[in-house]
Design a protein around this ligand. Structure first.
Ligand code: ZN
Length: 596
């Protein structure tokens, strides 16, 4: 595998005084070693680590072990108080059997609902008890998307009320309208809870339709029946009852209000849709067991020599489901070999090689093995919300999650990369490796929003995951597809996701090497990496880069001007000032003035 050899000569782009200067430099370092990836996968998925459950002994042991590896490579700690750990304060919430839901019509008897059969619910506000008796408002999809001129809320007052809505987003074949068939974040159930909570709702009922959710009620029931983990409340609005209801129950509920759910669904497809308050209340008693605990992201850094304050970030989640004590012994340990000991194996190998690379890169490199991905991307969410705690600010995140050790791939998946200005570099490096870029075959399933890179995207950092496609050397496409199907049906999120001695790790080494090269290009390039204009994360990036300076407010008294983009240049202390977009200067002393 010639392409796996990453020693030798590489061109480094360095910056000096803000100008791009091309330097040809010899880069030396260790090689990516497929066998080292194998060793990591074997160890992390072994019985000894007990499935690396969040908040369990095995998860903590995995974090300690990963930190020890970072240390052995000579990487600096990037966590709190000189450690390799970023504490992630979490809370486990289990809905207890005493919880009750009843639909109460204006006239007539209340209709009690059955937990797990008719609905599932969890108290996101993390209090042990919650009681409410509140009117139900049908909200269509519950989406506010200014870029598509879409607002399901209009002027409704949702304070203290219960939102009833559909999962997914308005039907579309137009790529300019909710990205056509592809799912945007507006369609995800997590968004529904966040947006309705922002509007003051006390509870939200998401109507489950198998076709819209892309999974059946049994999946909802299984994942909501057990304890759910949350980040400890940080003041963001939260629901007392984040719930799903079964389609037939929703139909009954609509009928109690004299409405027809199928008709409501049709009405929800229109921009003119207006929220409908039903003459039905939800009377609920929420009883929960609340268990606070601390989990940890494991973070390390290689310091850059020219711009150490900026970094390329590599991520992979180390957690899995741990031990499920409700299952019979012998079949209750979730090994998580593919998901995601493989990503950790790659992360550690990239870390080892970067640590040995001479000379050190211009910008820094950060490595984060994150926790609680399986609980809803929580470790990475905390990381994204607290990048200020890191010694360098990420300019790009490259994530690895569940790669199949099946041999040498001929394709690479980098879904989301095409939405950034970094894509031409990705295309070039893929070509160097002889890898075809495989487009997302099921954009409607919204995979982009289901792995850790998304936690970094939503705070504005250009981010994507790197994975193999389905076509492997020496096999046809159907073979790769069959292997993937076998994994999803028989091993995904099951105790049987175990290590196999016969696995071939060359492909994972190739993916590691590919990610190393992408990182090497990103730490050296002079141009900033951005989301493309109009992308759903462009605003978040602008907000992040403005560092609290409100561009709109600066132009408030000049309707003839509007901010187009905001770029902060930091000058040496003596002459310190901030230049914005070349038109507006904001002075460091707090006084801001406009200059034409
Ligand atoms: Zn998983």
């Amino acid at each position: 595998m010639r392409k796996l050899l990453i020693t030798g000569t590489a061109i480094l782009l360095a910056t000096a005084l803000g100008m791009g200067v091309l330097l040809a430099q010899k880069v030396h370092g260790p090689r990516i070693d497929a066998e080292k990836i194998r060793d990591t996968v074997k160890y992390l998925s072994s019985d000894e680590l007990e499935g690396r459950g969040t908040g369990q002994k095995g998860g903590d042991a995995a974090a300690d072990w990963i930190a020890a590896q970072f240390k052995s490579y000579g990487l600096k700690p990037a966590g709190a108080k000189g450690s390799y750990f970023q504490d992630v304060p979490m809370v486990g919430v289990k809905t207890l059997a005493q919880t009750t839901f009843a639909l109460v019509p204006k006239d007539g008897a209340p209709v009690p609902l059955k937990n797990l059969d008719d609905y599932v619910t969890s108290n996101e506000s993390q209090s042990p008890v919650g009681d409410f008796d509140a009117p139900i408002v049908f909200l269509g999809y519950g989406i506010i998307a200014p870029e598509y001129q879409w607002d399901d809320y209009k002027s409704v007052d949702l304070k203290g009320k219960v939102a009833l809505l559909f999962v997914s987003e308005p039907e579309s074949n137009d790529p300019k309208f909710f990205k056509g068939k592809a799912l945007t974040y507006y369609g995800r159930w997590t968004y529904k809870y966040e947006e309705t909570a922002r509007h003051g709702a006390v509870a939200t009922l998401i109507i489950h339709r198998t076709d819209l959710a892309s999974y059946g009620w049994d999946v909802v029931r299984n994942s909501w029946g057990a304890e759910r983990s949350y980040l400890q409340n940080d003041g963001t609005p939260k629901l007392q009852a984040a719930s799903w209801i079964q389609l037939n129950v929703a139909k009954k509920l609509a009928a109690m209000g004299g409405l027809d759910l199928d008709k409501l669904y049709k009405e929800a497809q229109s921009r003119d849709f207006k929220p409908i308050e039903l003459p039905v209340k939800l009377k609920a008693h929420m009883a929960s067991e609340v268990r606070p605990f601390t989990s940890r992201n494991v973070v390390a850094m290689l310091e850059g020599v020219k711009q150490p304050g900026e970094a390329v970030l590599y991520t992979a989640h180390y957690d899995h489901f741990g031990i499920d004590s409700s299952r019979p012994k012998g079949d209750n340990l979730y090994h998580g070999a593919v998901d995601n000991a493989t990503g950790c194996g790659i992360l550690l190998e990239i870390a080892r090689v970067w640590a040995g690379t001479k000379p050190a890169p211009p910008r820094s490199i950060l490595f984060a093995a994150v926790t609680a991905e399986e609980q809803g991307l929580l470790g990475s969410e905390y990381l994204g919300k607290h990048t200020a705690q890191l010694p360098a600010q990420p300019i790009l995140d490259l994530n690895y999650d569940a790669l199949a050790p099946l041999g040498i791939p001929e394709e690479v998946e980098v879904a989301g990369a095409e939405r950034t200005t970094f894509y031409p570099t990705v295309e070039k490096i893929a070509k160097d490796y002889g890898l075809a870029i495989k487009p997302d075959v099921h954009p409607e399933a919204g995979h982009y929003y289901r792995s850790d890179h998304f936690s970094l995207s939503r705070v504005g950092i250009p981010s994507f995951s790197i994975s193999e496609g389905m076509k492997f050397q020496g096999h046809d496409l159907a073979w790769g597809e069959a292997e993937a199907k076998d994994y999803v049906t028989n091993h995904y999120h099951k105790p049987s996701d175990e290590f196999h001695a016969g696995w071939d790790f060359q492909g994972l080494a190739m993916m590691a090497s590919f990610g190393y090269e992408l990182g090497a290009a990103a730490v050296s390039q002079t141009e900033a990496i951005r989301w493309l204009p109009g992308d759903e994360f462009e605003k978040a990036q602008q907000k992040m880069q403005s560092k609290g300076i409100d561009g709109e407010a600066l132009f408030a008294r000049r309707p003839d001007l509007r901010p187009v983009s905001l770029e902060i240049f930091v000058y040496p202390q003596l002459t310190r000032q901030t230049l914005i977009g070349g038109t507006v200067h904001a002075k460091d002393d707090g006084r801001r003035r406009l200059v034409d």
